[in-house]
Every structure is written in C-alpha cells, then in structure tokens.
Design a protein around this ligand. Structure first.
Ligand code: ADP
Length: 394
C-alpha cells in the first residue's frame, strides 16, 4: 500500500492544531511575515478577535496595529526569528465586549524555523479564554471579598473580646464596691437582731430576720454575677479536696431547717449514716445543694413538703430534692437550665427570681463530672437529681 506523503506545510499544521485546540477554547491563527504583516488568517480569525479589530480587513496589516500590546516587542520578535526564543506569549489581553463585560484572549507568537517562504515565517495563535478568565476573575473577586469579610469578622471578634474584658472589669469593680457597704449593713443587721432580741415583739423580730435574709440574698446574687462572668469566659475555678458528701448535705439541710419552719414547709432528709466521699469543691457543692432546696421551698409554698435524699449507687452518689410544689409544664422542662430562663407562669405570678440558679448549678455539677436530671408533674411537684462520681477510699 502506498501512503500519501504527509503535508507538513505550516498552514496545514496550524489547521490541525486549531481543530484540536478548539475542543477546549475557540482558537484562531494567522501566519505573518518577518516584518509582522499578516499574510494569511484562519476563517474564524475575525470572529475570535471581533472585539479587537476596528476593520474586518486584516491581511497585510501590521500586527501591533491590530493588537497594540505587541508594540515594543520588536526585540523579542528578533530573538524568535533567530531561534533564540521559543515563544512570545501575551496572556489575558482584554477588551470590553458588546455587553460591556471583558473578553479575554491569549496570544502565542512563534517562529516557523526552516520555512522557505518568507511570507509564512511567524505563526500567531489566538486563544479565546474568556470563559475561564471570567471564572478566575470571579474567584479572585470572591476571594478578596472573603478576605475582607474575614478581616471585618476578626475586627468584630477583637472588639467583642475587648468589650467583654471591660464588662468583666466593670462587673468586678461594681460588685466589689457594692459588697463593702453591704457587709457593713449586714453587720448592723446581725447586731440589731442580737441586741434587740429580748425587747422586740415577734412581728418585729420577723422583720429583722427578713432584712438579714434579703442582705444574704444580695450577697449570693453578687457571687452569682461573678460566677456567670467566669463561666462565660470558660473559667470555672474549682478548689478540689476530699470531702464527706454526707456531712455536706446534712449541714445544708440543717441550715435550711429554720427557713422551712418559718414557711411551714415540712423538710425531711434521708442521708446514709456511713460517709460518702467525693473529690469536690465544698463551697460549690454546698451552693448547689442549697440552691436546689431553696428552689423547692420557693416553688412549693406554705404547707408543702420537701424531701432530700442522698444515696450511693455503685461508684456514684445521687442527691435528690423532691417537692410537692407547682411543678413545671413539660414543654418548658428542657429550658429551665438556660441562663435567665424562667417558667412563664412563675414570672407571671410575681415569684421573684432571676433564672440564674439552675444555670450555675448545672455548670458546677458538670465541672464535677456529674449529671443533672429533672422530673416534674405540672401542678404536683418536681424532683431534681444530681449524680456525682464518688471517691472509693477503702
Ligand atoms: P429563679 O428561681 O431565680 O427564677 P432558677 O434558675 O433557679 O432561677 O430556676 C429557673 C426556673 O425554673 C424558675 O424560674 C422556675 O420557673 C423553674 N424552677 C426551678 N426549680 C423549680 C421547682 N422546684 N419547682 C418548679 N419550678 C422550678
């Protein structure tokens, strides 16, 4: 079989190349003379360069007149013709299209070395890369916008941290300033109660006790404000030591017995005789037991019953407070541990509170690697349980 000789003329090769490249982008070509005038162009040359050309006639025109970006490239073109430079590339040359948005072309100029015809000694390939260039531009713009947003977010974050620090400082200062006069008032209140004990009537004594109770409440509130601030900053300072949990609970129950009696609440406790040991912060544990029992009183009212139970279950202790109070509607049960959340009807009925206690209690329990549970029947009462890991000392 006789094979046809391969046509190696530049024009034929350029045509093949264009067919292949056109699968990716629209591509056109031109053959140029050494003086940079156009000798031949592909059929689609005018279409690909439509935004660049001021006249459809391109043959015999000088390349820098068609695309001004070639002005000043004479030195590079001489090197091309001498075979010292493989290719001259101009990338992302752009012109506004008819709809106003930019169209992008890449130009590749190369010498056809060994070419006898002087008419065809340079090949100019033109690649329309508008589609990818626009995507790249878009990505670049979006990346810049993201960088800007990121910068704004960083600034906002820094500002927030700064405000937070100022808030903490102000809070510490304010609570300190408030505590000083409060301690003095507290002292006078205690003194009045002691000194006038024998001369005051029962109702007057009750008034003095109420006064002292409110002062105590204010102290606790100031502590709670500082605790919340610490929690918001992710800090819970626990001072851990080996504690006798049974004694702690017994103490708290005893200290609250007079309050129960005054409010005609029957407070009972079931605490094992043998010690249950725990690695914990005595102050925080006392506060959390105190809070739960106090809440039981507050939401139970006169002639109610509050039962405290402590027992051991394998390597955990379970502290429970059950009351016969108003209970909590089931749909609000999940939310009572959130900061500042109060069950709608309790706030509506004017029972004082701030929605801080249970939030702190839950956080303290979790800081002790414990868990909290609540069961409640609306209108009948509630049981709050605290599970705490215990220390096996035997
Ligand atoms: P406060 O009692 O100051 O409002 P808490 O955080 O201690 O704040 O309690 C959050 C809410 O949970 C209370 O407002 C109340 O509605 C409800 N709650 C807490 N303990 C009880 C309880 N023993 N019985 C019924 N409702 C309770």
């Amino acid at each position: 079989m006789l094979l046809e000789p391969i046509d190696t003329r530049p024009i034929t090769l350029a045509n093949h190349l264009i067919k292949f490249l056109s699968h990716f982008h629209p591509v056109a070509y031109a053959l140029l003379r050494a003086d940079l005038t156009v000798s031949q162009v592909s059929g689609n040359f005018g279409a690909v360069l439509s935004d660049f050309l001021n006249s459809p006639v391109v043959e015999n025109r000088y390349l820098p007149d068609l695309v001004w970006e070639f002005v000043g490239q004479e030195e590079a073109i001489t090197l091309l013709l001498q075979g010292k430079l493989p290719m001259l590339t101009l990338e992302l040359v752009n012109r506004p299209g008819k709809n106003g948005s930019l169209n992008y072309l890449n130009f590749y100029l190369t010498a056809i070395l060994g070419e006898q015809e002087l008419d065809n000694c340079l090949l100019l390939l033109v690649e329309d890369v508008t589609a990818t260039a626009r995507i790249e531009q878009q990505l670049l713009q979006e990346r810049n916008e993201l960088r800007l947003i990121f910068g704004h977010l960083n600034q906002a974050h820094e500002k927030m941290e700064q405000l937070n620090r100022q808030k903490s400082l102000l809070l510490t200062f304010a609570t300190h300033e408030l505590r000083t006069p409060l301690t003095v008032i507290d002292g006078y209140g205690q003194m009045l109660l002691r000194e006038l004990e024998s001369v005051v009537t029962a109702p007057q004594r009750q008034l003095l006790e109420n006064l002292n109770q409110q002062i105590n409440h204010l102290h606790l509130l100031l502590d709670a404000l500082l605790d919340i601030d610490k929690l918001e900053q992710g800090r819970i300072d626990l001072s851990l030591s080996l504690e006798v949990l049974t004694d702690l609970v017994r103490d708290v129950v005893q200290s609250l017995q007079p309050v129960a009696q005054r409010n005609e609440i029957l407070l009972t406790a079931s605490i094992p005789a043998g010690p249950i040991m725990i690695m914990g912060d005595a102050l925080r544990l006392r506060q959390l037991f105190y809070n739960l029992i106090w809440n039981a009183f507050k939401y139970t009212g006169r002639e109610g019953e509050v039962q405290v139970r402590l027992h051991r279950q394998e390597n955990r202790a379970r502290f429970q407070v059950t009351d016969t109070g108003r209970g909590i509607p089931p749909e609000q049960l999940e939310r009572i541990f959130q900061l500042h959340y109060r069950v709608t009807e309790t706030s509506q009925e004017g029972i004082s509170g701030s929605g801080i206690g249970l939030y702190l209690v839950k956080n303290w329990v979790e800081a002790h690697h414990g868990r909290m549970e609540v069961e409640s029947v609306h209108g009948q009462g509630s049981t709050f349980s605290v599970w705490l890991p215990i220390q096996n000392y035997s």
